[in-house]
Ligand binder design. Structure first.
Ligand code: ACO
Length: 319
């Protein structure tokens, strides 16, 4: 039997950076309001040539290079996104063609900001079932195209980008590395507090959010999710070396760090520079912390996130 090991990471951020000050010159907001409520200082915003597919392909190439793997060896590509520029072909299949992963099957997955956790869990299940040995798992988002740029309650919170990981089947008798468990949840009764109308709607895609309600549910549900992940392995909080949370709001992230009694230096934070990149935020954070040497082989990492649906979940991974 096998385990799914995380062997590569990659990321892509658009060049253009939009600061809080720049937003404040266009809408009724301030750097102080945004920073104190969210921890966000700036975000990257795609230009007209950058799409979910182009950013995903760049992140995927980096993840393959990190792992020393070839695109031709990839069995599957799963892309978590809410912002494909086409309803079909899927972003995953566009990536397959762009990187030359000609053997791979691929599909997109919709779980909003929990998309990367959902995609990781799905890829893990394919590997454990013996249906694939190498899978690219990607989160890629251009929320700048679904924001109402006149709505200050939402447009200041999000940014664009893509992150990718390569998962590879490894013999269970090996190092003890790999995905130890994933936990997924959803509550569709809360669907209306955060949603984006789809390409099939008459309204055109636009994001709507009741921020305060989302905040309240995020703290409660992620807190339960952290307990669930620890209990499943009879772990205590201090066994976790790194928290790599979805990057929606620094106050939510700090709340989870306190729950795990993790010192600040053991939580990967990118929300200050990336804002909320939805399904891309966790792999982008992981990419940063693995490349700069903070997270290293053997570390036990807890990833968690919550998003529209509501959907939420966690993944416990030994790197
Ligand atoms: N600049 C200045 N003032 C603003 C802004 C802004 N950008 N946005 C709202 N305000 C005003 C409001 O109009 C309100 O004014 P009022 O009291 O006169 O009506 C006041 O600020 C307070 O607004 P609240 O919405 O109550 O502010 P709150 O403290 O709740 O912070 C925030 C808002 C930051 C959105 C917070 O609720 C939050 O972070 N929620 C969670 C959001 C989240 O995590 N979403 C993503 C998760 S899922 C996913 O990632 C897709």
């Amino acid at each position: 039997s096998v385990r799914a090991c995380l062997t590569g990471v990659g990321g892509y951020l658009p060049k253009r950076v939009v600061t809080n000050e720049e937003l404040a010159s266009r809408i009724e907001t301030s750097d102080d309001w945004i920073t104190s409520r969210t921890g966000i200082h700036q975000r990257h915003i795609a230009d007209e040539t950058e799409t979910a597919a182009s950013m995903a392909a760049s992140a995927a190439r980096e993840a393959l290079a990190y792992a020393g793997a070839d695109a031709a060896e990839v069995d599957a590509i799963i892309v978590a996104t809410a912002t494909p520029d086409e309803a079909f072909p899927s972003v995953a299949v566009r990536v397959q063609a762009a990187i030359g992963a000609n053997r791979a099957f691929g599909f997109d997955l919709s779980a909003a900001c929990s998309g990367f956790i959902y995609a990781l869990a799905t890829a893990n299940a394919f590997i454990l079932a013996g249906q694939a040995r190498k899978i690219l798992v990607i989160g890629s988002e251009v929320y700048s195209r679904i924001l109402d740029w006149t709505d200050r309650t939402t447009c200041v919170l999000f940014g664009d980008g893509a992150g990718a990981v390569l998962l590879e089947a490894e013999d269970l008798k090996g190092s003890g590395r790999g995905i130890l468990s994933t936990h997924l949840h959803a509550d569709g009764r809360l669907g209306d507090i955060l949603y984006v109308t789809g390409p099939g709607s008459k309204a055109g895609a636009v994001l709507k959010m009741q921020g305060r309600d989302v905040f309240r549910h995020a703290v409660a549900k992620l807190s339960e999710a952290v307990d669930e992940a620890l209990e499943a392995h009879h772990l205590v909080a201090s066994d976790i070396q790194w928290l790599v949370p979805h990057q929606a709001n620094l106050r939510i992230i700090d709340g989870m760090a306190r729950k795990l009694s993790l010192p600040e230096g053991r939580v990967v934070v990118t929300v200050d520079r990336h804002a909320n990149t939805s399904a891309a935020s966790i792999p982008l954070a992981l990419n940063e912390a693995m490349r700069d040497g903070r997270i290293s082989k053997g570390d036990l990492v807890l990833m968690e996130g919550l998003g529209g649906g509501l959907t939420w979940g966690s993944a416990l991974v030994r790197i």
